[in-house]
Design a protein around this ligand. Sequence first.
Ligand code: DC
Length: 233
Amino acid sequence: MNEYFSIAVDGPSGAGKSSLARRCASAFGFIYVDTGAIYRCVGLAAYRAGIDRKNPEAVAQLLPGLDIKMAYDESGEQCMYLNGENVSREIREPNISLCASDVSAIPQVRAFLLDMQRKIARENNVIMDGRDIGTVVLPQAQLKIFLTASPQARAERRMLELREKGIEQSYEKVLEEIIERDRRDMQRETAPLRQAEDAVLVDTSSIDFQQSFEALCRVISDKLHIEAVGEIK
Ligand code: DC
């Protein structure tokens, strides 16, 4: 019996999963685990190796040589290390998003990362976000949330997010990439993105960040019978 709480947050890219899950984790004193960042490390490794990222054998050959580590800095921010190098910024580049999407469709990659994700949940109270957390990684999670928003709302948010990081992209280009990633994430054979039957659906298309945060805090308090440690207003 797991003595820790696990909250699974799944949904398409750009729905606000990471910022909301991070904020909820801090409000309830949980550890936030961004599993997309782990897939991004594999995507980056494949990109750097210059291999065909859709070729399962070629990507699988890389896996034994990869040492992927997650650490938290003083502000609680998750940092990713690939073979000892801090790649937290590089994995956010738009071209690495597509590489991550390619390698995440490969069953060997998913199997390779499964233990790492489950181990963190065995040892901590976690809010873990991804695509298959409620359906595959933590099917026993005490709470599953499916967080979504329309592609248009997500594209606008992603564009602003990228701009803040100094990366300029047009709205059309961002929207196109979001639609393409949705298609790949939902149609792949292994662990496709889908809402778990017992997940609570939260659609943030027409509510802002604070409203979404408060909605999630209510769901967490109601379902797990725990209170936020700090202010949620
Ligand atoms: O959440 P993100 O955009 O950082 O995820 C990067 C890619 O990794 C995305 O295309 C989907 C994939 N992914 C996945 O397949 N399973 C997860 N648990 C997390 C991410």
